[in-house]
Structures are given as structure tokens and as C-alpha cells.
Design a protein around this ligand. Structure first.
Ligand SMILES: Cc1cc2nc3c(=O)[nH]c(=O)nc-3n(C[C@H](O)[C@H](O)[C@H](O)COP(=O)(O)OP(=O)(O)OC[C@H]3O[C@@H](n4cnc5c(N)ncnc54)[C@H](O)[C@@H]3O)c2cc1C
Length: 359
């Protein structure tokens, strides 16, 4: 078998990249191990344009937000599925200080922050003392649906291999000779292999020296009947509409962890939040936990390896994959097809020195 690109991983990154290369007429094959416990399958799927206790716009959001809207709408049309809906965040201020900080930020972040006019309606559903601000626009992405539907298409075209990619079985051809470098993997010849392997990328021999800093996140899945599903609610934790009548409540950002198991500590914290905050009864039906492919710089890793021109990466999406992946999968596709530049803050070439030491 001969293809243009082998893509390793079909999370959000591998799905967008493979679909873009496929639409550009390239011959691709996607290899994914169907692991259920990966970031893309556990993420709530929120695109929130502001971040942190200081409530500031996230990196490049003025480009990423409109780009994401177009990209998910287009992908949804291709998959005959609704992948993106606007669901603004109603931010319940936990303290008077946070309420004042939010109000102070409204004139500064006036593209995204608003006073909420409907506090009296919210009293039917929530207990709160310090008012509610609105972050608008925010979007909710159905990441599971995107992955499932695109996987069906890959499978029906017979360009999906459902197994673990073993890096030891990859041979690089013509690395030190005149001809164009290429790769071969278990009988598949390809011009390039692109790793979209998420948190497992920390063990990837070509990219393991990148400054990954894996981060664990947990969420409870709960049933709450009667809570209006037109918003995302935030009170320290986020309460996000999930499948059917379910809600996703999370998350933690844990930098020190010994395993990926759900913890009793998080379950207690989330249940305490629900008990104090939500007036409606709830029932816990699931508890999810996994790691995010985060890194010290909080910027993605995008592009070709500085030493091996047949090996590339789309990774390091951290806590913001839903907004970063559409944009940077597009930059990587354009770079592969037309050699256009990648944003230097995301281009993996910025690690040329350190990656020269790999392998
Ligand atoms: C609890 C939690 C909540 C989150 N909430 C949000 C949110 O609301 N908004 C947001 O923007 N981001 C959120 N994120 C972050 C987001 O999930 C990630 O940024 C994004 O999903 C990363 O996608 P990815 O495709 O790069 O990696 P992954 O999702 O990790 O996908 C990698 C894929 O590669 C496969 N793979 C890896 N190695 C191999 C191999 N050797 N062989 C074959 N297959 C392989 C894996 O099985 C997987 O399918 C959240 C993350 C967590 C954990």
C-alpha cells in the first residue's frame, strides 16, 4: 500500500488533519488504537474566549473563535451532524471580590463579557449570593459525535487501521541520501507520518524531548431533570450540557498524579458543589478521568521535525484543543501542501536545538 500521509491518532487533532488532507485529494491512512480513555472523548467541548481568575482573553482568540465556528460548521455539513452550538457561559461569582473583578473587566473585555439580566430566573434553579456574569459568545462542540462520525467515514473508505502504532516498526527511508525522505510502516509506504497521538506523545521517540507537562482532568456525568440546557453554568466547576438529559461537571487541573483513575476527592468536591449550588435533584451516572496533552509553554506543537522531514506532529493542545485544533490543523495542512509558514509560536521548529538530540 502506498499513501501520501500516515496519520497516527484520531482524536480531535487527527480527525481534523485527516479530513483536511483527504478533502485536498491526498491519499491517507489513519492508525488509531480506539482507546476510550483519551482527552477528546472525555472533554466537555467548551470554547470559552476568556480564561483564569484575571479573566483575560485567551491566546489568539480573536482569530480562533470565528475560524472554529466556520470549521465545525463545515465539518458538520460534511458529516451531516450538528457539531457546534452557541451556549454562553453564565458565570456565578463565588465571592464578592470575584463579582467586582468581573464587573471591572467588562469594559476591558467588552467583546466577551456582559452583565446577566436574567438573575431572577436563575433563582429557580441555583443558590447564589454574588450575582452572575455572562461570557458571550461561547460555543459547545460535540467532540464525541465528530470523532464517531468521521471514524465511520474513514472506516467505510477502508482508510482506518484500528490498532496501536508501534514506533519501532517505522523505517525512515533516504534520511542521509540524496533522494526525498519517506517512511515505511508494516508494508505501508508513505511520504510522511504525522503524529496526532495526544498525551501518549510523551513517549514518542522523535518528539519526547518537547516540554510536555501532562495534566489530569476529571468530570462527573450526572442526570439533572428540568435544568434549562441553553447555557453552560460555571461556579468554580463548569456544568455543561452533555448527551441526552445528562450533564458534565468538571474539571480539575492536576499537575501531580500517579495514575489516571477517578478519585474520591474529586467526586466529593463535585457533589458538594452540586448540593450547595443546584436546587434540583441530581444522580451521578459516571466519573471520567484522563490526561490532557498539555505543555509548559501552553502553545501547540505543529509542523515537521527539524531533522526528519518525513515526520510531523500536531499535538500539545492542552486545555484548549477545541479552539486550537481547527486552526492549527489548517496551518499544518497548508504547510504540507504549499509550504506556507506556521505561526512561529506554534511551529515545532522552535525546538530545533532540543529535537536535534532525539533518536
Ligand atoms: C477532563 C477534560 C476536559 C476537557 N475539556 C475541554 C474543553 O472543554 N475545551 C477544550 O478546548 N479542550 C478541553 N480539553 C482538552 C482537549 O480534550 C484536548 O486538547 C484535545 O482533545 C486533544 O486532542 P488530540 O487529538 O490532540 O489528543 P487525544 O484526544 O489524546 O487523541 C489522541 C488519539 O491518538 C490515539 N493514539 C495515541 N497513541 C497512539 C498509538 N501509538 N497508536 C494508535 N493510536 C494512538 C489515541 O487513542 C487518541 O485517539 C479537556 C480535556 C480533559 C481531559
Amino acid at each position: 500500500m502506498e499513501v501520501d500521509y500516515i496519520i497516527v491518532g484520531q482524536g480531535l487533532s487527527g480527525s481534523f488533519l485527516s479530513s483536511k488532507l483527504f478533502k485536498a485529494g491526498k491519499k491517507i491512512v489513519v492508525i488509531d488504537d480506539a482507546s476510550p480513555n483519551v482527552a477528546s472523548k472525555i472533554a466537555s467541548g467548551v470554547i470559552n474566549p476568556v480564561t483564569g481568575r484575571r479573566i483575560v482573553s485567551t491566546w489568539m482568540i480573536e482569530n480562533l473563535l470565528p475560524y472554529s465556528f466556520e470549521a465545525y460548521t463545515e465539518f458538520g455539513t460534511d458529516l451531516n451532524a450538528t457539531l457546534i452550538t452557541q451556549k454562553n457561559i453564565l458565570d456565578f461569582h463565588p465571592t464578592l471580590q470575584m463579582q467586582l473583578a468581573f464587573k471591572d473587566k467588562i469594559p476591558v473585555e467588552n467583546n466577551y463579557l456582559r452583565c446577566n439580566e436574567r438573575e431572577s430566573e436563575l433563582k429557580d434553579f441555583f443558590n447564589f449570593n454574588y450575582g452572575v456574569g455572562e461570557i458571550n459568545p461561547c460555543y459547545l462542540i460535540d467532540v464525541s459525535l465528530l470523532i464517531t462520525e468521521w471514524r465511520k467515514q474513514l472506516s467505510s473508505r477502508k482508510i482506518l487501521i484500528e490498532e496501536e502504532f508501534i514506533t519501532d516498526d517505522l523505517t525512515i527511508i533516504n534520511h542521509d541520501s540524496e533522494g526525498e525522505e519517506s517512511v515505511e510502516y508494516r508494508g505501508i509506504k508513505a511520504k510522511k507520518v504525522i503524529f496526532c497521538d495526544g498525551a501518549k506523545g510523551v513517549a514518542n521517540p522523535w518528539f519526547k524531548l518537547l516540554p510536555y507537562a501532562k495534566n489530569k482532568g476529571e468530570a462527573l456525568i450526572v442526570e439533572i431533570d428540568g435544568l434549562p440546557r441553553n447555557n453552560i453554568y460555571k461556579h468554580g466547576l463548569s456544568l455543561v450540557p452533555w448527551k441526552e438529559n445528562l450533564w458534565w461537571i468538571g474539571s480539575t487541573y492536576d499537575w501531580n498524579f500517579s495514575d489516571l483513575n477517578p478519585t474520591a476527592i474529586f467526586r466529593i468536591k463535585a457533589e458538594q458543589t452540586l448540593q450547595h449550588w443546584v436546587k434540583l435533584p441530581y444522580k451521578v451516572v459516571g466519573h471520567l478521568a484522563t490526561e490532557r496533552p498539555a505543555n509548559l509553554e501552553r502553545r501547540p506543537f505543529v509542523g515537521l521535525h527539524p531533522i526528519y522531514s518525513s515526520i510531523g506532529i500536531l499535538n500539545g493542545m492542552g486545555t484548549k484543543g477545541c479552539s486550537l485544533v481547527p486552526y492549527f490543523s489548517n496551518e499544518l495542512t497548508a504547510n504540507l501542501l504549499y509550504n506556507t509558514p506556521i505561526n512561529p509560536l506554534a511551529d515545532v521548529q522552535r525546538f530545533r536545538k532540543i529535537l536535534s538530540r532525539a533518536i
